[in-house]
Design a protein around this ligand. Structure first.
Ligand SMILES: [Zn+2]
Length: 51
């Protein structure tokens, strides 16, 4: 699978694209990498979906 390094995923709230520049924290949860980012569109802290 090829991932775009500059894109984290989509905002679950507004569907906007969240880029790496908006990444707040990256951690592992139950062996799965998880991320929190601020959506540049709705300014909410979300879990980017996608990847
Ligand atoms: Zn959003």
């Amino acid at each position: 699978m090829s991932t775009n390094r500059t894109t984290l995923g989509d905002c679950p709230n507004c569907g906007g694209t969240i880029t790496r520049a908006y990444l707040l924290i990256e951690y592992e949860s139950a062996g799965q990498p998880a991320k929190f980012a601020e959506c540049p569109n709705c300014r909410d802290v979300v879990h980017p979906s996608g990847e």
